[in-house]
Design a protein around this ligand. Structure first.
Ligand code: PGA
Length: 258
């Protein structure tokens, strides 16, 4: 089976509601039928999910919606978690995907692989596909420990994941030192790491899931370098930060993913 390429825009803590509506409208307007060969996902802040969903629905767009995080600690049906957003809320607003394990959450909020695992299982149980991020520090990279590090992150994150859904998973390799810095690994290096992540899926869930799972590269992807990554065999697309905030750049990256 050939995997469908995917480009996901991680808007992080950018865009007020008016800007989110404008950006999603511009992306929807520029999205052409011939881009249908790639799945496109917009991941705005929680507070903009509904407005972006409305834009996409009004346009009958094939562009999909993703959240950037989900809360996981409360037993189901309990709501005593002031300030948090539940998986039921994400499902209700129409999220197809949810980013988990981004290094900014691991570093800024102390999120562990075990926590990422709990979120992955919760999302799967509610029909939302996780986009699970992993990545190494510059030091680990320089010491040659990248594959061991990200493989261990992903093994823990995927423990107990429902095998029948494993093929739908989206994994993202995002070197911490490449995020927002303008630096990137070589496409060859990133491809090798993505292949190793596919190998983790194969070990846990078998060859068919490994063949189907999509592995994205993320970290300073822009229109000028996207195709160099996306043409690699084991890189199925990108998780895009800064360049996802400009409709022209984002659409150029989507066009590169074919
Ligand atoms: P960047 O961010 O494209 O701005 O490097 C990517 C990410 O953090 O997902």
């Amino acid at each position: 089976m050939t995997r469908r390429p995917m480009v996901a825009g991680n808007w992080k803590m950018n865009m007020d509601t008016t800007q989110a509506v404008n950006l999603s409208q511009m992306i929807s307007d520029r999205y052409e039928n011939d881009m249908d060969e790639a799945d496109v996902v917009l991941c705005p802040p929680f507070i903009d999910l509904k407005s972006v969903r409305n834009v996409l629905e009004f346009d009958h767009s094939k562009i999909m919606l993703g959240a950037q995080n989900v809360y996981q600690l409360m037993p189901e049906g309990t709501a005593a978690a002031t300030g948090e957003i539940s998986v039921e809320m994400l499902a209700n607003v129409g999220c197809d995907y949810c980013i988990i394990g981004h290094s900014e959450r691991r570093q800024g909020f102390g999120e562990t692989d075990e926590l990422v695992n709990a979120k992955a299982l919760l999302l799967a149980a509610h029909g939302i596909t996780p986009i699970i991020c992993c990545g190494e520090t510059a030091q680990i990279n320089e010491e040659g420990g990248t594959v061991a590090h990200v493989s261990a992150q992903m093994e823990t994150a995927l423990a107990g994941y429902p095998p029948e859904k494993a093929g739908e998973l989206v994994l993202a390799y995002e070197p911490i030192w490449a995020i927002g810095t303008g630096r990137t690994p070589s496409p060859e290096f990133a491809d090798g790491v993505c292949r190793a992540l596919r190998g983790v899926v194969e070990n846990l869930f078998g060859p068919s899931a490994a063949q189907d799972v999509r592995v994205l590269y993320g970290g300073s992807v822009k229109p000028g370098n996207a195709a160099l990554f996306f043409e690699k065999d084991d890189i199925d697309g990108g998780l895009i930060g800064r360049a996802a905030l400009k409709a022209d750049d984002f659409i150029a990256i989507v066009k590169a993913d074919r």
